[in-house]
Design a protein around this ligand. Structure first.
Ligand SMILES: [Zn+2]
Length: 997
């Protein structure tokens, strides 16, 4: 289901251990010496700004009365390896927004912490202790020096080493983080430990944490449940309940497993494998006959099960047993399709509805075969399928019917039988109705009857249940998982109805980026049920009331964003030791319960500090945006909603979630096995911080998988440097006076700023870069060309500042550098984000310029086709009546009634057009061709009243310069015009006629 080798910002990273082979052949060697030099320069420059930010403490956020806050965060990564490109992508999505919001004037908090909960660190440490060569290789591949590896045999060392390395990488990546709020999880951090204990006592008090008997996916080696992310294979597979039917047989029971207990009414015989040695298992007071494989599975599900004997399949053939549900004596017959690994290795036969069973019987209608087993063939021929279910289209003996239709000849026709089975089971289950042979269940839909029949069988002692995995699951320790029924497992009861309602409400007030993921959240909230929240092994917080258990990693990470608001007091000021604080402390700070005076006595923290902490929490909370990979919808993010609902009042529920896809590198999924796995530090070495950030930001947006293009990354830094050079060299230069084209560029600049802000607000950074960098740069080039190199100084300055500020959240280092070189005070990181001046946006102006650009391209086309070296170019704009008709056509386009007839009818009612009726009918056809199927946006742009003749005339000098020849411009209405070839009549609105000589 999910690419396991790569999960970008999963709360827990089980597999993203980076390999040493960072770069494939093909691009690393292309780096020439000069690039090396440049890259070193940028490294120095980036470091310089990181140092300055740190010294000025500009990312250390304090509550500020009257200033609007914005609190964003990123799921703390798991500390079993270095940061990789996938983490970096999601982290950058948070950082770009943090930087953007800061420039928009918000007081921004962006903290970071380190997740250490769970067994992966402990088991990796154990493997190092055992000198397991595989684990040692993993460490070597990561780049850990040989002499350091033995240190990692202590799990605690991981929780010290990797957080430090993360701080280095994240800092070098230029993220605007308040590091004073960082912490590690688990009992290694007694303060965080207290917080989780508080959370769990709160949940327990609401009866959300319960002890129960449950079937869980289990690793016999780790001796622990295997959560989704702890699997190398089988994410999403679950324990599937099967009904065990009990057939009385000589005072013992033959056991057959089925997913369709309602079909007991059609049982005709029992199938066994003649050559299989079954075992007799003592379950409670009963003896069950099942395959050895089944007994092994049942040992984990039925307490006290022991094997007490054996029996060969062959020993049972020809004997009878009593079928459950119908209390009928049935024959035990040989079959080839009893698989000891599936169910119990015995199969009950329902030939009416199971094609396998029908064919099994059919095969035994052979005298010779019966003789071989010592069976009476006549007896077997008496066994007839019993109709039990009426299925639309298949009648009441679907197995018989489909076997005939598909020409299935025996139970050896495996392929056809599998297909037949699928078809029949599906239609029978979803559309069938139980018939009169089904006793009290006659007339009931199969879908509903299933659970009713099962319940009745179990109640009567005719059935039991067992669990099988819905598919293969392999634990990350490489051991195949099994299903275990645990009786003393702690669960969080996410199935509770009222709680679900609360979670739905929390979702309804949540802003989602992108909005499209809401349905998925709704589904997950409905679908979530009991969640095993403790483990016996691994690092973590002990369950406060049952210390043999440790809270698992997806359960101790649901509300810790609240802890960030006070962690700087606890973790960094070291205001108080953990022994002194308890639930009353968190009740006061987070829930406003109790009073500061009593709490001060209890904890030794001053009243004013207690109030300060409470105030700080209330200032920052709730958080405004949490960004993660899309894989966390189904667990972490939804848990986060549930737990906020359980613990906090509604005003402190989360405000926003952002989701993103999984990064591709040059189009390929990042994976260790494919040799394209990228630790962030290697990428930063190669492309520099700003180059990497620029490439990552441009790699995608929304929920689709972004693509980090190596080719793009190679040129990214140079692109930024050339902007830097342009900005520095051209700031404060140019002419003072204004000319016509200036208004056009001001319009473009302000419209771009407006559209960039819209995209940024929506976290669509790729769109923002496209409009705010690539398009804007293109417009700038045109503006320079149009001004013949002489830009207006004020406008050029505005452009340089706007462009640099638009880039600043994405590539902050080089933008600080530009900012400084231009002589501005302070950091661009704190400067005000560009504002669009709506009065400067002039759509008609922009359409007019577009008209000019199109005209130039038409002229070029003509020059190219004719090969003329022009001495003179004459342009003719259309006569007034053509504009009138053009406008008529546009309005008819809006009304969706644009047809040649309609247009002509209306045009002929106009005196001016009527004078040109012959020409008008030609124009009508052209206009209808041109304007049909245009969108409203396009039509509305064409409504613009461009004074074409005037606009072209103003651009005359430019056109002369472009084409190095004489330019003349006329309207076709002009009586005195130079038009030797009578070209003027071809002019159309937005399409002037062109004459070249
Ligand atoms: Zn395991």
């Amino acid at each position: 289901m999910k690419p396991y080798d790569y999960q970008p910002n999963h709360i827990i990273f089980y597999h993203p251990i980076p390999t040493k082979t960072i770069f494939r052949e093909g691009y690393a060697p292309q780096r020439a010496g000069i690039m090396e030099q440049k890259s070193d320069d940028s490294r120095y420059m980036e470091k310089k700004w990181q140092q300055k930010w740190k010294e000025a403490k500009i990312f250390e956020a304090e509550p500020e009365k009257g200033k609007e806050k914005y609190f964003l965060n990123f799921p703390y990564p798991y500390m079993n390896g270095y940061m990789h490109l996938g983490h970096a992508y999601t982290l950058l999505r948070v950082d770009v927004y943090a930087r953007y919001k800061r420039m928009k004037g918000f007081n921004v908090l962006f903290p970071f912490a380190f997740h250490c909960t769970g067994s992966p660190i402990v088991s990796a440490a154990d493997r190092i202790k055992e000198k397991d060569p595989k684990q040692i290789k993993i460490m070597e591949d990561m780049g850990i020096p040989d002499d350091m590896i033995p240190k990692f045999s202590d799990p605690v060392y991981w929780t010290e080493y990797f957080p430090d390395e993360y701080v280095k990488d994240v800092t070098r990546f230029g993220c605007s983080i308040d590091w004073r709020r960082s912490f590690v999880t688990t009992s290694l951090n007694p303060l965080y430990n207290k917080f989780i204990e508080w959370q769990f006592r709160k949940l327990k008090a609401k009866d959300y944490v319960l002890l129960g008997e449950h079937a869980v996916v289990w690793c016999p080696k780790c001796n622990s449940p295997v959560g989704d992310h702890a699997r190398i294979k089988g994410e999403g597979e679950t324990p599937q309940e099967m009904t065990l039917l009990k057939f009385k047989f000589n005072g013992e029971y033959l056991i057959a497993a089925t997913l369709r207990p309602e079909t007991v009414y059609g049982q005709t015989n029992m199938w066994v494998d003649v050559d299989l040695r079954y075992v007799k298992a003592k379950v409670g007071e009963e003896i069950w006959i099942v395959s050895k494989e089944c007994a092994d599975k049942l040992k984990e599900q039925k307490e006290g099960l022991e094997i007490v004997g054996e029996i060969w399949g062959g020993q049972m053939i020809g004997k009878t047993c009593i079928a459950p549900g119908i209390d009928r004596e049935i024959l035990i017959l040989p079959s080839d399709f009893c698989d000891p690994d599936k169910g119990t290795g015995l199969v009950t036969s329902v030939p009416s509805d199971a094609p396998d069973d029908w064919m099994g019987l059919h095969d035994l209608y052979d005298e010779g075969l019966c003789n071989r087993y010592g069976l009476d063939c006549e007896e077997i021929k008496k066994i007839k399928p019993i109709p039990i279910i009426e299925t639309p289209g298949w009648g009441d003996l679907p197995a018989v019917k489909i076997s005939e239709e598909m020409n299935i000849e025996s139970q050896q026709d495996r392929e056809k039988l599998e297909e037949a089975k699928k078809i029949i089971y599906k239609s029978g289950f979803y559309t069938g109705v139980m018939n009169e042979n089904c006793g009290e269940f006659a007339g009931i839909k199969v879908e509903e009857a299933k659970d009713l029949v099962k319940a009745k069988l179990i109640e009567k002692g005719d059935a039991d249940v067992m669990y099988e995995l819905s598919g293969e699951v392999i634990c990350r320790c490489l051991t195949p998982s099994i299903v275990k029924v645990v009786s003393d497992q702690w669960f969080i009861g996410y199935g509770e109805e009222e709680w679900k309602k609360g979670a739905h409400k929390a979702l309804s007030i949540l802003k989602l980026y992108p909005e499209g993921v809401r349905k998925q959240f709704e589904y997950v909230i409905d679908w979530l049920n009991d969640w095993a929240c403790t483990r016996e092994l691994g690092l973590g917080t002990k369950l406060p009331w049952d210390d043999k258990w440790v809270v698992e990693s997806l359960s101790d990470s649901t509300i810790y964003m609240a802890y960030y608001t006070i962690s700087k007091y606890l973790e960094h000021e070291k205001l108080v030791s953990a022994e002194k604080i308890g639930d009353s402390f968190f009740d006061f700070v987070f829930l406003g319960q109790g009073n500061a005076e009593d709490l001060s006595k209890e904890t030794g923290i001053s009243e004013s500090k207690l109030k300060e902490m409470k105030g700080e929490f209330e200032y920052w909370y709730p958080f405004d945006l949490r960004v993660s990979g899309k894989d966390l919808v189904q667990n972490h993010l939804t848990f986060c909603l549930f737990n906020h609902v359980a613990i906090f009042p509604e005003k402190h529920w989360p405000r926003g979630f952002g989701l993103n896809g999984w990064i591709l590198v040059s189009g390929a999924k990042m994976s260790k096995s494919a040799g394209n796995f990228y630790p962030l530090r290697g990428i930063l070495d190669e492309f520099g911080t700003d180059g990497t950030r620029f490439t990552l930001t441009y790699s995608g947006e929304g929920i689709d998988d972004p693509n980090f293009s190596m080719d793009f990354a190679k040129g990214a830094h140079a692109r930024l440097e050339s902007w830097r050079d342009f900005a520095i060299n051209n700031y404060d230069s140019g002419r003072e006076e204004k000319i016509g084209i200036d208004a056009w560029f001001e319009s473009v600049l302000n419209r771009s700023a407006k559209e960039v802000i819209e995209a940024m607000e929506d976290t669509k950074y790729r769109t923002a870069l496209k409009i705010g960098f690539f398009d804007l740069q293109r417009h700038l080039k045109w503006y320079i060309r149009r001004c013949l190199g002489q830009c207006n100084k004020a406008i050029l300055n505005d452009l340089i500042i706007t462009q640099t500020k638009i880039l600043a959240p994405v590539t902050p280092h080089i933008c600080e550098e530009i900012w400084e070189k231009l002589g501005f005070e302070g950091f661009i990181s704190l400067a005000e984000y560009p504002k669009a001046k709506p009065t400067k946006i002039d759509e008609t102006m922009e359409i007019s310029e577009e008209f000019l650009i199109n005209t130039i391209s038409d002229i070029n086309e003509i020059l190219k086709v004719t090969g003329i070296e022009a001495k003179k170019i004459v342009l003719y704009t259309p006569p007034e009546w053509k504009y009138i008709m053009h406008r008529m056509a546009i309005e008819m386009g809006f009304a969706k009634e644009l047809k040649v007839n309609n247009l002509m009818k209306r045009a002929m009612a106009n005196e001016e057009i009527k004078k040109h009726s012959k020409e008008a009918s030609g124009l009508a056809k052209k206009l209808v061709d041109q304007l049909t199927n245009r969108g409203e946006d396009e039509l509305s742009r064409l409504r613009a009243e461009v004074n074409e003749k005037e606009y072209l005339s103003e651009a005359k000098d430019f056109l002369k310069h472009e084409f190095k020849c004489e330019i003349e411009i006329y309207s076709s209405d002009d009586k005195a015009r130079y038009d030797p070839k009578n070209k003027g009549i071809f002019a159309m609105p937005f399409r002037p006629a062109i004459f070249v000589e």
